[in-house]
Ligand binder design. Structure first.
Ligand code: C2E
Ligand code: CA
Ligand code: CA
Length: 684
């Protein structure tokens, strides 16, 4: 009815009245616009309320005052509306307050009093558009996200997934939707992992954590997962939404970093830091079970020699093999660690008796004594082991390590290739050594050292023709300390370099004086420690310069070295010795007969003297083994053009036997003990 009235021409008056009523009363926002000018001809009360302008102001206002669209778009829009080309437009309208609203404008052409007007109904769709926008955005995020998403129903069935889910898991929508989420289960995870997560979800409505899963291709991956339940208004679970990302790579790098921080790259054994952790754990466990822990400190003997002669890569291979052998001697649950260099530690746990420790130590020694096949070389080494117990010997990791280290030193001192237990006397000795180190530092500056000289006699003439310089330490409290006690400490601390230099200068000055006053061919021999012959030890310029400044020829000094140094085939030693020889300084091989006593070394290093060790001289009697040995050494040396000095000659009979064997020189208490220089003067 109404429709007919509105559209039938003869009822125009009624029509206009109806329109007017509608325009006034209807709650929709309505505008009448003159399409020719764009002027708002009228606005209904709803429009006035919406735009916030008084009626007097909005009437006659240009439409561009509210419509923010560019002018030409507004104009073309009005034309389209007039021609009935478009049903509605989406515009942004500005209100009197300055607020912007998104509006949907439905316009149509009408005639009022033969005047063509544009009738617009305006719908405020700001809210609706905002929701749409956020939904569009959400869907975009969902689709474009690198984080995988899955919607799972309360039975674990996959309802929806996004492209990232497919990318990470390998399952397409078609392959995943409708299947249980357990298709991702991996045997790398504990078997009840999914069940536990399900229980947690039921309890808390959420779960977060890391989980190993399996891709469609069978590859395992670690994911970081966030699960949340979405509830219906009645409180029932509508679905569960899972968000996850693949953190396998990160996990792998984290693990690599962790491995590098805790394991030795060469041998794969735990390193020092891991060792400390393990020892700490072992101690905790032992406390609970009232058990003991044994700590073994192991140092390879002669490893340096292998490294120096065969090179570092062979040294590395030896360490790897040694690590493997040590590992094979202990239980899976025990720890073998590498502290660095050729030092290893073994933690033996859950000990019921100490015999098993002895067995393990014995096995390790035996395993390491087997030859090592390194390329074409066959190498023999051994190990020195120190053993200490928790809690009997100490309650701190550091103390235990120190104890085991000291016990290992005792094994070295007793001739290597053995194990020693830590004892308190060892600790006392270690404390003494520590005090000695501090005292030694002071001693050099406080001039507590003296050089004593012991005569060396020419056995044919009976004359004193040489002397050996021997150091003495007059300790302010302890009195005279034997070099046998402090030289090793000076060697370990490197102080021997400075000390040796000082001794050399004393001896050089002394030989100069005696050459001038007593014998122009007089020689003083100086003991040189292996440490001094290593790189950065002796400063040749300084030693030879010292002789030069005293106008002394090289021949005035002899350096006494031990065989061990010659065995140490690192290039440093031989070149150092050759530098001396090139300057006329002679070399004597000390303590001959106690070491390897190798002839080839004598020739190779151009040795001038060998000194038969006093242990042979002391037991000399006609027909004895030692007599035969001395004879053989003398004959052999003479054949090689080397002179022989017999050490530790204490009796007339020893002197006579040696002279009869054509030994060249003798040294010993029979002639004199080592004495200060002033006293030595009287011996001439
Ligand atoms: P060494 O080089 O074998 O020195 C000989 C040692 O034998 C000296 O002991 C000497 O006093 C001792 N001796 C000499 N004649 C006899 C004897 O008839 N019977 C006995 N039983 N012993 C005799 P000392 O002075 O106590 O030195 C011990 C070791 O300390 C030396 O053995 C040497 O290896 C080292 N040493 C001594 N002075 C120095 C030094 O200035 N520098 C270095 N690097 N080492 C030194
Ligand atoms: Ca000597
Ligand atoms: Ca000697």
């Amino acid at each position: 009815m109404l429709d007919a009235d509105l559209t039938t021409a003869p009822n125009r008056g009624v029509e206009e009245d109806l329109f007017r009523q509608l325009f006034r009363r209807h709650s929709s926002i309505m505008l009448l616009i003159d399409p020719a000018t764009g002027i708002i001809v009228d606005a209904n009360p709803a429009a006035i309320a919406f735009y916030g302008y008084p009626h007097s102001l909005i009437r006659g206002m240009h439409i561009s005052k509210v419509n923010t669209q560019p002018g030409h778009e507004i104009r073309s829009g009005m034309h389209e509306a007039l021609d009935d080309q478009r049903k509605f437009f989406i515009f942004r309208h500005r209100l009197a307050s300055g607020d912007m609203r998104t509006v949907e404008v439905h316009s149509s052409a009408i005639d009022i009093g033969n005047r063509p007007l544009l009738f617009s109904i305006v719908f405020d769709v700001t809210e609706r558009e905002r929701v749409h926008d956020s939904l569009r955005l959400a869907s975009l995020v969902y689709q474009k996200s690198s984080e995988a998403m899955s919607v799972i129903d309360s039975n674990g069935i996959i309802v929806n997934i996004n492209p990232a889910f497919t990318e990470i898991t390998g399952y397409t929508e078609a392959q995943a939707i409708g299947r249980n989420i357990r298709i991702l289960e991996s045997p790398r995870e504990r078997p009840d992992a999914f069940t536990r997560i399900g229980q947690a979800m039921a309890r808390n409505g959420r779960w977060q954590g890391q989980l190993w899963c399996r891709r469609k291709c069978g590859q395992d991956f670690l994911l970081s997962l966030k699960l949340n339940s979405i509830y219906q208004p009645d409180g029932k679970i509508q679905c569960n939404v899972g968000l996850f990302s693949d953190i396998t790579k990160k996990h792998e790098t984290d693990e690599l970093v962790w491995r590098q921080a805790n394991f030795d790259t060469l041998t794969g054994l735990p390193n020092r830091s891991m060792f400390h952790d393990r020892l700490q754990q072992a101690m905790f466990k032992a406390n609970r079970g009232r058990q003991q822990v044994a700590l073994l400190f192991l140092d390879l003997d002669f490893f340096k020699e292998v490294n120096d002669t065969l090179g570092h890569s062979m040294g590395d291979r030896l360490l790897q093999e040694a690590a493997r052998r040590v590992r094979s001697c202990v239980r899976e649950t025990d720890t073998v660690a590498r502290l660095g260099g050729d030092e290893f530690t073994v933690i033996l746990e859950e000990l019921s008796d100490t015999r098993s420790v002895e067995r393990a130590a014995g096995d390790i020694l035996q395993a390491l004594a087997e030859p090592f096949h390194l390329g074409t070389e066959q190498v023999y080494i051994s190990a020195s082991i120190g053993i200490t117990f928790y809690p009997a010997d100490g309650r701190e990791t550091d103390t235990l390590l120190k104890n085991a280290d000291q016990a290992m030193y005792a094994s070295k001192a007793q001739g290597r290739n053995r194990y020693s237990y830590f004892t308190t006397s060892m600790q006392e000795a270690a404390q003494m050594r520590k005090r000695l180190v501090t005292d030694l530092r002071i001693a050099l500056h406080e001039k507590q050292f003296r050089v004593y000289y012991q005569p060396i006699i020419d056995l044919t003439s009976g004359r004193i023709c040489k002397a050996e310089a021997l150091i003495r330490w007059q300790h302010p409290v302890r009195g005279l300390i034997s070099p046998a006690e402090f030289i090793p400490v000076a060697e370990e601390t490197g102080m021997i370099v400075e000390l040796g230099e000082w001794i050399f200068r004393q001896a050089a000055r002394q030989v100069g004086a005696w050459r001038l006053r007593h014998d122009p061919a007089f020689q003083i021999s100086v003991n040189v420690s292996p440490v001094q012959l290593q790189s950065e030890g002796i400063n040749h310029e300084s030693w030879l310069g010292c002789l030069e400044s005293l106008q002394l020829p090289g021949q005035s000094v002899v350096v006494e070295i031990t065989e061990g140094m010659l065995m140490d085939s690192s290039r440093g030693v031989s070149s150092q010795l050759l530098r001396f020889r090139d300057n006329g300084v002679q070399a004597a091989l000390d303590d001959f007969g106690t070491g390897y006593s190798s002839l080839s070394y004598l020739k190779k290093f151009d040795i001038d003297y060998i000194k038969i060790d006093k242990s042979f001289v002391q037991n000399l009697s006609p027909g004895s083994d030692d007599m035969a040995l001395c004879d053989a050494i003398i004959v052999m040396a003479h054949k090689l053009g080397i002179k022989v000095v017999a050490e530790g000659v204490e009796t007339e009979s020893q002197r006579r036997l040696l002279a009869a064997s054509k030994c060249d020189f003798a040294q010993g208490y029979l002639f004199s003990r080592p004495v200060p220089a002033e006293e030595f003067e009287h011996l001439f």
